[in-house]
Design a protein around this ligand. Structure first.
Ligand code: AMP
Length: 498
């Protein structure tokens, strides 16, 4: 019989840690598995007698019809633009294997460490409700053999994502993103195009933004930088927040992302990665900036922009809102500083930063390969739809009104209601948009609704009209009424609305 090999202590410790974090599953004995299968098939026991008040989960929200108008407008504008730039729509599942995110987003990222909605499904598979799109798109690119298509492959998608974060303004547990990916090219022109897209999108929407750009280099140039960063922060360790003290060991670059004011002061003096880029990464970054200048993209170099995910390489960028009042305040601040009026600084609003970023993205040149695909450099960006909607409100962006309904169909009495149901269907089939309220009997209430909607014409169907096979057309502006044959109504309406 082969001897059982004892696992080294260090490896066992690491494994226990992962089991504790619920990132890997402890091997179960046959007895435990049998018991689990048995319990899976047991019906759920719930006490049905108690009082229950349904309510939306914390960090999630209903989007009501009035607000959906803005969502539809935003999605239409974004989709049209993505298609104009040659992106094709892809749809991926909400549920994915847990391992996909561990291997891509990274064990030390906030998403994997603290935010994933994860559970074991009925077959025992560890699954995650997607917290971001890129890993799913990369999985689909590899699994569906998209490297056989003409490269680069340009894809866009949108939908809900799930992150168990502390809910606050602009931060939800169910959030929505519009996402773009370009896979299969490492050319700097691609980076510039995706940043140019971001500028074009916010210009189209009429939202003022400031684009922040940086390069994270490749794993090679990041090694010496990492050591420099560790040496710098080690000397200042006691002033770092507890999270950053931990990051100093696990992922020191993530310290640069910290929003704690104490850490921010230290970060502003920290060594910069752009000074340490290898010649290839430096040349790539210079090319990206040259392309951006050529395309008149306005950007700010931000040497401390790192983004929270492990897979980024080379170009990273974020889109921050630039609010008019903040601009004014910034100007005031500069003036005050010149005049030495320090106390006035307290009144100054802090410019919106990464916490209110409207979107962000970057290159991930090694991700496809690390997930088992052919080496395929790629870049992507994700825009937070809730944040954009919020910014539309803050910056008071005017959403063009869509043309409302032009015809209202009112009915009085049971027979007229029956006839109206069929008439509505006939008109709809002929391409005539009609609004009705078959749920109300009172003519007064129906006319009030027609007035509120601002329709041009109201069709009125009463007992007499049903018998005569006619219908009244009322011009809502002049108040004039005319009786028309029901058989000619479609033609008459088309004529009047032409
Ligand atoms: P990320 O996928 O973390 O790079 O985020 C991309 C964008 O999604 C951010 O710039 C935000 O606009 C938005 N976003 C990220 N997390 C949330 C959240 N919890 N709630 C709402 N929007 C978010």
């Amino acid at each position: 019989m082969p001897k059982k090999v004892k696992k080294p202590k260090k490896l066992k410790k690491k494994k226990d840690k992962l089991i504790k974090k619920k990132l890997i599953v402890k091997k179960k004995s046959k007895k435990v598995i049998k018991k689990q299968i048995k319990s899976k098939h047991k019906p759920v026991k719930v006490k049905m007698g108690g009082k229950y008040t349904p309510q939306v989960l914390r960090g999630m929200k209903d989007i009501l019809p009035e607000e959906v108008k803005t969502w539809d407008y935003l999605l239409k504008k974004t989709t049209d633009l993505a298609e104009a730039y040659g992106f094709k729509k892809i749809m991926v599942p909400v549920l994915e294997e847990q391992m996909l995110f561990i291997k891509s987003t990274g064990l030390t990222s906030d998403i994997v460490e603290k935010q994933m909605y994860q559970f074991t499904d009925r077959s025992g598979t560890k699954v995650v409700m997607r917290p971001e799109f890129t890993p799913s798109i990369v999985r689909a690119y590899i699994e569906q053999g998209m490297f056989n298509l003409s490269q680069p492959v340009k894809l866009f998608c949108f939908g809900p994502l799930f992150r168990y974060e502390r809910p606050q303004a602009g931060r939800y547990r169910q959030l929505h993103q519009f996402n773009l990916e370009i896979l299969g090219s490492e050319k700097a022109s691609i980076d510039a195009q995706i940043i140019l897209f971001s500028q074009a999108l916010f210009n189209t929407l009429g939202i003022q933004t400031a684009i922040q750009v940086n390069s994270l280099g490749c794993p090679e140039c990041r090694k010496p930088y990492r050591s420099k960063l560790v040496s710098y922060f080690r000397l200042k360790q006691k002033w770092l927040c507890p999270d950053c003290q931990r990051r100093l060991k696990s992922n020191p670059l993530r310290i640069l992302d910290c929003q704690n004011s104490g850490c921010k002061d230290l970060i502003s003096q920290a060594p910069q990665l752009v000074d340490d880029l290898c010649p290839e990464c430096q040349s790539h970054f210079v090319k990206v900036l040259e392309y951006l200048d050529e395309a008149n993209v306005i950007y700010k170099l931000n040497p401390y922009l790192v983004r929270g995910l492990d897979y980024y390489t080379r170009t990273v960028f974020e889109i921050w809102p630039e609010r008019p009042e903040v601009k004014e305040q910034k100007q005031k601040k500069e003036e005050n500083e010149q005049e030495g009026e320090d106390k006035k600084e307290k009144e100054i609003i802090v410019a919106p930063g990464p916490q209110s970023a409207l979107g962000g993205g970057g290159r991930y040149d090694t991700l496809v390969e690390s997930l088992g695909g052919r080496p395929s450099p790629a870049i992507g960006v994700a825009y937070g739809l809730e944040r954009i909607i919020q910014e539309i409100k803050i910056q008071k962006v005017k959403i063009p009104k869509t043309r409302g309904p032009q015809i209202f169909l009112a009915q009085i009495g049971e027979a007229a209601c029956r006839r109206a149901l069929k008439l509505f269907e006939d008109l709809r089939q002929q391409g005539i948009k009609v609004v009705e309220n078959l749920g109300r009997d009172s003519l007064k209430a129906q006319m009030e609704m027609a007035n509120k909607l601002g329709v041009k014409l109201t069709l009125i169907l009463g007992q007499q009209e049903v018998l005569d096979k006619t219908i009244i057309i009322r011009d809502m502006h002049t108040g004039n009424q005319e009786v028309v044959d029901q058989g000619k109504i479609a033609k008459e309406l088309k004529k009047r609305l032409a």
